[in-house]
Design a protein. Structure first.
Length: 379
């Protein structure tokens, strides 16, 4: 159904507010609820850290007795099941709210339309579909985990004007400027986990922490290391007790290596091997989703980036391009992708492009239609 510009305005504000919680609510989505009466927001709520309390209960608690006859703009269908908290649909129905506007139904089998049904049965006017595509992008990690059993993956690469990520000697610090690096830390903070491969762990010895942005939490830090060859005496190993470190490895990884990482405070996750070499990335993603992750920020090098692209696991590609030119002897952004014809190329859709001081950030994504969501009940 068509929605008014005012409905779209309130929903857009709610989606933006909900996105502020990304990276801190997994395995739950970061939902927002805005309660609007007489053309003003009288209360709002967002899913709290760890996924509870839910947005609707927070907003209703703040609205108190002002919710009679108001409209609630909720960025995902209100839950209708009793878990660690009561059903939000029931809270809304008992609050005096006259109308609930949502962009989509919740694909969780415990909800999946029943929240909307409960509200309608209670006499609340329910309208769904407002800014559907924006909500899908906002909740993409949660939707992919619910529907396809994997998290959303954002691949970030910093490169020169001629598409190189390091010099021929391997030097990569710093191709882009400090403003871009600070923005990367902001992006890390809005994902559940930051992931690198063994090569990056060895060459850069990264901490994968959040610095210079005032953040008070750490995303899960993930290393894909088939044989556990990355040293435990590293920045990640030495900080494993300060924040979660997960090491994904193959079945043949030595027990001594597993024990060493565990003693350092890391979690080791055994994953299947790919047919050629390295880990089976689809299996890796399945294991990570089973542990609750919905959004992964990958900062791996050309090998991991190419493997993710080939397996169709990159949902968002974020590139930071500087004005530097390094030449053909420098390291390219990607390894071989086996594209013999233009028709075989891997394609993304440009979502955003901005100047970041002296660099250019481009955000590319997969078309929403490629996920098959529209054939499902929740859209």
């Amino acid at each position: 159904m068509p929605f008014s510009r005012l409905d779209q305005h309130w929903m857009r504000l709610a989606l933006s507010f909900g996105e502020r919680g990304l990276g801190r609510t997994w395995p739950n989505p970061s939902v927002a609820c805005h309660i609007v009466s007489n053309s003003r927001i009288i209360a709002r709520g967002r899913t709290e850290i760890g996924g509870r309390p839910h947005a609707e209960s927070i907003a209703l608690g703040r609205a108190r007795d002002q919710s009679d006859g108001a409209t609630a703009y909720v960025t995902l269908e209100p839950c209708s099941h009793t878990g660690k908290t009561g059903p939000c649909a029931e809270l809304l129905a008992n609050s005096g709210i006259a109308r609930v506007v949502t962009p989509l139904s919740d694909p969780d089998e415990r909800v999946s339309g029943t929240g909307h049904h409960f509200l309608r049965k209670a006499g609340v006017r329910v309208e769904s579909g407002c800014l559907e595509e924006g909500a899908i992008r906002s909740h993409l990690g949660f939707l992919l985990r619910s529907v396809h059993g994997r998290p959303m993956v954002a691949l970030k690469l910093a490169h020169s004007l001629d598409g190189r990520v390091a010099t021929g000697t391997g030097e990569s610090k710093w191709i882009t400027g400090s403003a871009s690096r600070r923005l990367v830390h902001v992006m890390r903070s809005r994902h559940d986990a930051v992931m690198v491969g063994r090569g990056t762990a060895l060459s850069d010895d990264p901490r994968l922490t959040l610095r210079g942005i005032g953040a008070d939490h750490l995303p899960v830090r993930i290393v894909l290391d088939t044989n556990l060859s990355a040293p435990v005496d590293s920045n990640l190993g030495n900080s494993a007790r300060d924040g979660p470190v997960w090491i994904c490895h193959g079945a043949d990884a030595p027990e001594s290596g597993r024990d060493a990482w565990r003693k350092a405070g890391a979690e080791t996750i055994e994953c299947g091997a790919a047919r050629s070499s390295g880990l089976d990335l689809a299996t890796v993603m399945k294991h990570l989703a089973e542990r609750g992750l919905t959004r992964i920020f990958c900062e791996g090098g050309p090998r991991l980036a190419s493997s993710l692209i080939r397996e169709g696991l990159v949902d968002r590609f974020i590139s930071f391009s500087s004005g530097t030119v390094l030449g053909s002897d420098a390291m390219p952004m990607f390894d071989q992708l086996n594209c013999r014809n233009i028709a075989d190329a891997f394609r993304f859709t440009l979502q955003q492009q901005i100047r970041v001081d002296g660099d250019v950030m481009s955000v590319w994504s997969q078309p929403i239609a490629s996920y098959g969501f529209r054939n499902r009940r929740f859209c």
